[in-house]
Design a protein around this ligand. Structure first.
Ligand code: NAD
Length: 422
């Protein structure tokens, strides 16, 4: 039995991804042959590689790059540096990327990469060495026409600049379109840094409007204080929501009357832990997920809302900034209790959407303004939400099932049209 077929009550990320796929494929009555094709990752690369450390020694690291499906276009997906990264996690994230790109109707397939490392324990020089070596190792798979990586947990714009430089050095000329999420100074896009959070805000506002609810003053709790979580704190605050709690892996802070979003940003930018935020009380990650808020935004890691805590969740709406934060058992509980879950493959798709804009700008060598980027992003998020919500209403299914159905139908159609080679 392989690891993805165990029957433990709390599935890992890949088991979760497969169950979500199977559920949607079943509702769609998807042809068995197509189902088998779409269920499996197309290719998986595992690399073991040495990195020279500051003490003069050498340490071995393991990395991955998985292409789940490339039927609709080049593979697209982030690179994660995390001590618990493993092949099943990367497979899951790659599969979700396929569906996310298809939900957004972007001309991409799905991929993901990862390295088993805690980047916070490396010096800047070690991080650069590791990144350049990993980029070389996966260079057999990546390129503007094949596979375009981007940031994910533990990686950032600087890491993307090193990957872009490494691939460019091998080629002898600049290849900015090989990665997205780069600094603007080397071909990155305006608006990319906050795109995932902006997309979350767009779909939240869109869903509240559909429900006839006024967003002003609604209480929000955000799990995760990284690129996605911090952006959400800032943008939701600017839009009139009240941010009552925020956390990182060490715990969080709560203030019933609302946190000062600018102070949270300054504290985070200075390297402060959320539990040490001034003028706020401490809260654990577990407590944060169970707060009586209007909107819960998990923006950290997979498997946070499970059969163990779903019954304690009091939020009326869950907006998944993270990939895979909700297990199928928790999903079923939320559906029963009428809690609206805006699923990851829609809610956090703003990041890959502006990554697509960045790739297009790099290929055309013609750059757009931030206003143009944000306006296009807003339109694409609202259109995707409208399609997903319409499918959910017509078919009487959850938003997650609807998003998967829409995405899987699009990839299935492309698969049928292209046919089986030879
Ligand atoms: P990041 O590395 O910038 O930040 C991650 C944050 O989560 C950190 O504050 C970390 O302390 C916290 N964290 C880690 N483990 C935690 C735990 N167990 N409990 C609470 N907090 C924890 O990462 P990011 O880029 O913001 O990504 C966060 C999530 O959003 C991931 O699931 C990622 O796949 C997803 N995502 C990111 C992007 C993007 O553009 N960066 C796009 C789409 C989805």
């Amino acid at each position: 039995m392989n690891s993805a077929e165990t029957t433990s009550p709390e599935p890992n990320a890949y088991e979760t991804a497969l169950r979500q796929f199977d559920e949607a494929a079943e509702i769609l009555d998807l042809d068995a042959d197509v189902r088998e094709i779409l269920r499996r990752p197309k290719r998986e690369l595992v690399v073991n590689f040495p990195v020279e450390m500051d003490d003069g020694g050498t340490r071995m690291f393991r990395g991955y790059r998985v292409h789940h499906n490339i039927t609709r276009g080049p593979a697209k997906g982030g690179i994660r540096y995390h001590p618990m990264a493993d092949l099943d996690e990367v497979r899951a994230l790659a599969m979700w990327m396929t569906w996310k790109c298809a939900v957004m109707n972007l001309p991409y397939g799905g991929a993901k990469g990862g390295v088993e490392v805690d980047p916070h324990r490396l010096s800047l020089a070690e991080l650069e060495n590791l990144t350049r070596r990993y980029a070389s190792e996966i260079s057999v798979l990546i390129g503007p026409e094949f596979d375009i990586p981007a940031p994910d947990m533990g990686t950032n714009a600087q890491v993307m600049a090193w990957i872009m430089d490494t691939i460019s050095m091998h080629a002898g000329h600049s290849i900015p379109a090989v990665v997205t999420g780069k600094p603007v100074a080397v071909g990155g896009s305006e608006g990319r840094a906050s795109a995932t959070s902006r997309g979350m805000l767009e779909v939240t506002l869109g869903m509240l409007k559909r429900q006839g609810r006024d967003p002003q003053g609604l209480r929000v709790a955000v799990q995760g204080a990284g690129n996605v979580g911090m952006g959400a704190v800032r943008l939701f605050d600017e839009a009139g929501f009240t941010i009552v709690a925020v956390s990182d892996s060490e715990g969080g802070a709560i203030r019933e009357t609302g946190l000062d979003a600018a102070a949270v940003a300054r504290h985070g930018a200075g390297g402060g832990l959320m539990k040490d935020l001034p003028d706020a009380d401490r809260i654990s990650n577990r407590e944060l997920l169970e707060l009586p808020v209007d909107i819960l935004a998990p923006a950290a890691i997979e498997g946070q809302l499970t059969s163990a805590n779903a019954s304690q969740v009091k939020a009326a709406m869950i907006v998944e900034g993270a990939n895979g934060p909700t297990t199928p058992a928790a999903d079923a509980e939320f559906a029963d209790r009428g809690i609206t879950v805006i699923p990851d493959i829609l809610a956090n798709a703003g990041g890959v959407t502006v990554s697509y804009f960045e790739w297009v700008q790099d290929l055309q060598q013609f750059f757009w303004t931030e206003d143009e980027i944000n306006a296009r992003l807003g339109r694409q998020m609202r259109d995707a939400l409208a399609s997903v919500a319409a499918t959910a209403e017509e078919s009487g299914v959850t938003l997650r099932q609807a998003a998967h159905m829409l995405a899987i139908s699009r990839v299935a159609e492309a698969t049928r049209l292209r046919g089986i080679y030879p």
